[in-house]
Design a protein around this ligand. Structure first.
Ligand SMILES: Nc1ncnc2c1ncn2[C@@H]1O[C@H](COP(=O)(O)OP(=O)(O)OP(=O)(O)O)[C@@H](O)[C@H]1O
Length: 257
């Protein structure tokens, strides 16, 4: 089957520094691929090139076979490529439910910008409630966003990303800054999204136990280059990866540089 997302020779230079270097990558639909690599390896920059936040110095990005390299981030979202930080405009004084409802409404706006479209308020609320349940925030619908714990805020961000209903989800370190107790809940949320079988997920993470639990495949970036891409077992057994990166595995199973 053709990959849903693909890059050819994707390269970006910042001054004299090549942050992403000739990356050829393919993402099969409805799978979860994790991107790992030490700090500064180019993971977030690679995401920015996929989402359209950055334009490459060279190379192409394809979505379902169509070149999208010159498209804006908003146009890519409309096509089906969603990135969590694009909707981190959480309204701090509104409730969880209102925030998700507004995100659902913004999807309708993104999708039907060119035509007049009316969606009944109750439908929006129903969809928002379903998403809140999916991210395990049920019971917190009426909590004010600014008063959520860090873990709950990340769940809200994921619900708001899901509200855009894009086929591809780009999740950049969804557990960053979380306490150890909060991590399993996010793991559950991603597992549940994966289990729907509807989404293609690209995940940047440092927590190896989480990566091994969730991933169908793992790609390793090192100095901006694609060092390896394969099944979790292939990556764990790969000597080059071991030497370049996994050798730095910490006791808490978190990889840092
Ligand atoms: N806008 C920019 N201008 C100049 N250099 C940049 C810019 N963005 C990223 N870089 C550089 O590109 C390299 C890759 O950075 P990037 O943030 O993509 O790495 P990363 O793998 O996501 O790291 P981390 O795990 O720490 O988030 C780094 O050397 C960084 O300093």
């Amino acid at each position: 089957m053709d990959p849903i997302l693909k890059t050819e020779n994707l390269t970006i230079r910042f001054g004299g520094h090549t942050a992403v270097s000739s990356v050829n990558f393919e993402m099969p639909a409805r799978q979860l691929k994790s991107i790992i690599g030490p700090n500064g390896a180019g993971k977030t920059t690679f995401f920015n090139l996929l989402s359209g936040e950055l334009k490459p110095s060279e190379g192409e990005v394809y979505f379902k076979g169509q070149p999208i390299t010159s498209m804006s981030a908003v146009a890519r979202t409309r096509l089906g490529l969603g990135r969590s930080f694009q909707i981190t405009n959480v309204f701090p004084n509104l409730t969880v439910l209102e925030n998700v409802r507004l995100a659902v409404q913004s999807k309708e706006k993104i999708r039907y910008q060119m035509i007049r479209h009316f969606v009944h308020y109750n439908n929006l609320m129903d969809e928002a409630e379903k998403l809140i349940e999916l991210v395990l925030l049920q019971g917190r619908e009426l909590a004010i966003a600014s008063q959520l714990s860090h873990g709950e805020k990340r769940k809200l961000e994921i619900a708001m990303l899901l509200a855009l209903d894009t086929e591809v989800l780009l999740l950049d370190e969804p557990t960053a800054g979380m306490s150890l107790e909060e991590v399993p809940a996010i793991l559950d949320v991603i597992r549940k999204i994966k289990a729907t079988g509807e989404k293609t997920i690209l995940l940047i993470e440092h927590k190896m136990d989480m990566i091994l639990d969730l991933s169908d495949s793992i790609m390793v970036l090192f100095n901006g280059k694609l060092l390896a891409d394969g099944s979790p077992k292939e990556i764990m057994d790969n000597e080059t990866v071991q030497n370049a990166y996994l050798g730095g595995l910490y006791d808490d199973n978190t990889v840092e540089s």
